[in-house]
Design a protein around this ligand. Structure first.
Ligand SMILES: Cc1cc2nc3c(=O)[nH]c(=O)nc-3n(C[C@H](O)[C@H](O)[C@H](O)COP(=O)(O)OP(=O)(O)OC[C@H]3O[C@@H](n4cnc5c(N)ncnc54)[C@H](O)[C@@H]3O)c2cc1C
Length: 431
C-alpha cells in the first residue's frame, strides 16, 4: 500500500488488535490480555470511552438485575444470539468485574443497576486503567482508517499511515447513535469490506416530536405511571404503562425511549412524508371511566366549590392541568358544580384519553441507540467470531442489537466484549 509503513519489530506474536475503546472494546481487550500478552487497543479519541463519559451520571444504568434469559428476551428477535454472551458474563459477572476496579453497582428499587453518582464519570478511566494493568497497550488519538483482509483473514490495520500486523481483529467501533459523543460508522465500513451485511440504520431510543405544540406550557413535566395506547391510522398497535416526560418539542421519558424505535417504524418516516401515529395517554390508568365519573359526581356533591384546576391535583401534574383548561376551554377557576354535562364528559375523556400526534423523531445526535448494524446472522453467537473472516470478532453496539431503555445495552456491550476477547485469545492459543 503506497505511503504506508509496516511495523517491523513484534514481540511474542502478532497482537490481538481491538478497534474502539468503548465499554465493549475495553472489556474485550482486558479479557484477551489475561490469556495472551500482546493486545493493542486503538481509539480515535484523546481518551477512550467518550460516549460513556457523555451520559449524565444521574441517568446512567449499567445493567439489569435479571436472569440472563430475561435480559436476552428484551432483545426481541436477537434473544438467541445474545444469550450465550449474557450467560457467560451477566450482571453478576459484570458486578464482580467492576468491583475489582472499585466500581460498585447497585439497584435503585427497580431492576436497573447504576453506579454511585460521584464516580459515574470515572468509569471509562477505570476501564482503561484495568485494561492497561492487564497488559493492554492503549493507543489514544489513533483512528483505524482501514482493516486489511487477505482471503478469509484480517492481516492488520492501518493507523496514521502505519500498518500494524494482527493475529486477530476485534471490531468494537460502536453504533452510529449520538455522533457528537464520538460515534462513527467506521465499524460498518470495516464489516462491509469483510463481506458482512449491514442492516440499514434507523434512529431509536430517542424523544419524539409531536404535531401539537404545547411548548413551554408542558416542558419538563414528568408524568409517573400513565398508560399509553399507540395507534397507526386509527388502528390500535400496542400499549404499555410507565413514566412519561413532556418536553418543549413533544414526548420523552422511559415509555417513549423504550418504544421509540417501534413508533418510528410505524411512522414510516422519510423526510416530510409519514403515516399518522397517535399516542393516547390515560392519566389515571387504575380507575376506569365509569368509576371516575362516579368519583367526580361524589366530589361535586361533597365540595361543589372545588375548581376544575384542583379537582385532579392528586392525579395530574400542575402544568398538565394548565393545558387541560386551555384545550377544553374550561377555565381552571370554574367550580366543578358549574360544569355542564358536556363539559363533565369531555373532562373525563381528556383525563382518560389525551391524544398527541407524532411528527418525527428528534435529530440523530440525540439518539441513545440505533436499529440496524452488522447483521448478527453472520456472527457466531458462542464466540462473536465473524462467519466471513476466520480471525475477526465483533463486540458491542456495532452489531444489529438493541435492547430497551435501562441498562440492557451497556450490559450487552460488556458481555459481547468479554466473549469476543475470550474467544480471540483462545483461538490464538490453539494455533
Ligand atoms: C446519551 C446516551 C445515554 C445512554 N445511556 C445508557 C444507559 O443508561 N444504559 C445503557 O445500557 N446504555 C446507555 N446508552 C448506550 C451505551 O452508551 C452504548 O450501548 C455503549 O456505549 C456501547 O458501547 P460500545 O463499546 O459498543 O460502543 P461505544 O461506546 O460507542 O465505543 C466505540 C468506540 O470506538 C471508537 N471508534 C470508532 N471508530 C473508530 C476508529 N475508526 N478507530 C478507532 N476507534 C474508533 C470510538 O471513539 C468509541 O470510543 C446511552 C447512550 C447515549 C448516547
Amino acid at each position: 500500500m503506497a505511503g504506508v509503513k509496516k511495523v517491523k519489530k513484534l514481540d511474542i506474536k502478532h497482537p490481538i488488535i481491538v478497534v474502539g475503546g468503548g465499554p465493549s472494546g475495553m472489556t474485550a481487550a482486558q479479557t484477551a490480555a489475561h490469556y495472551f500478552k500482546n493486545v493493542l487497543l486503538f481509539d480515535k479519541n484523546p481518551e477512550p470511552g467518550k460516549k460513556l463519559l457523555s451520559i449524565p451520571p444521574q441517568i446512567i444504568y449499567i445493567s439489569e438485575e435479571l436472569p440472563y434469559d430475561k435480559v436476552a428476551r428484551a432483545f426481541g428477535s436477537k434473544a438467541d444470539f445474545i444469550k450465550p454472551a449474557l450467560k457467560i458474563f451477566g450482571w453478576k459477572e459484570l458486578s464482580a468485574h467492576l468491583a475489582a476496579m472499585n466500581i460498585k453497582i447497585s439497584p435503585n428499587g427497580t431492576s436497573h443497576l447504576s453506579v454511585p453518582l460521584e464516580i459515574a464519570g470515572e468509569v471509562p478511566f477505570h476501564l482503561k486503567d484495568a485494561a492497561e494493568s492487564a497488559g493492554v497497550t492503549v493507543k489514544k488519538s489513533s483512528k483505524v482508517s482501514e482493516i486489511i483482509f487477505s482471503g478469509n483473514r484480517a492481516t492488520g490495520v492501518i493507523v496514521n499511515s502505519v500498518e500494524y500486523p494482527a493475529a486477530c481483529v476485534i471490531i468494537a467501533c460502536g453504533s452510529a447513535a449520538s455522533p457528537s459523543s464520538g460515534a462513527t460508522q467506521d465499524g460498518y465500513e470495516f464489516a462491509r469490506k469483510a463481506g458482512h451485511t449491514v442492516v440499514p440504520i434507523k434512529p431509536a431510543l430517542v424523544g419524539l416530536e409531536t404535531i401539537e405544540k404545547y411548548g413551554k406550557m408542558l416542558a419538563d413535566t414528568d408524568f409517573h405511571d400513565c398508560r399509553i395506547d399507540v395507534f397507526k391510522s386509527e388502528k390500535f398497535q400496542f400499549s404499555d404503562r410507565g413514566n412519561l416526560t413532556f418536553t418543549s418539542y413533544g414526548l420523552a421519558g422511559e415509555l417513549v425511549l423504550t418504544h421509540s424505535a417501534r413508533i418510528i417504524d410505524l411512522l414510516n418516516w422519510s423526510g416530510a412524508a409519514r403515516d399518522k401515529v397517535e399516542i393516547h395517554i390515560d392519566m389515571i390508568p387504575d380507575v376506569d371511566k365509569k368509576e371516575i365519573a362516579a368519583w367526580l359526581a361524589q366530589k361535586i356533591e361533597a365540595s361543589p366549590k372545588i375548581t376544575v384546576g384542583t379537582v385532579f391535583e392528586n392525579h395530574i401534574p400542575l402544568k398538565l392541568r394548565g393545558v387541560m383548561s386551555k384545550i377544553m376551554r374550561i377555565h381552571s377557576d370554574k367550580p366543578v358544580a358549574n360544569l355542564s354535562v358536556l363539559e363533565r364528559k369531555s373532562l373525563l375523556l381528556w383525563v382518560k384519553d389525551f391524544h398527541v400526534t407524532i411528527k418525527r423523531p428528534r435529530p440523530f445526535n440525540e439518539t441513545m441507540g440505533v436499529l440496524g448494524g452488522v447483521s448478527t446472522t453472520e456472527i457466531e453467537p458462542e464466540t462473536m467470531r465473524s462467519r466471513k473472516m476466520n480471525n475477526v470478532y465483533f463486540a458491542g453496539e456495532v452489531m444489529d442489537l438493541l435492547g430497551p431503555w435501562g441498562g440492557y445495552n451497556l450490559q450487552m456491550a460488556f458481555s459481547t466484549g468479554y466473549l469476543a476477547g475470550l474467544s480471540a485469545a483462545k483461538s490464538i492459543s490453539k494455533e
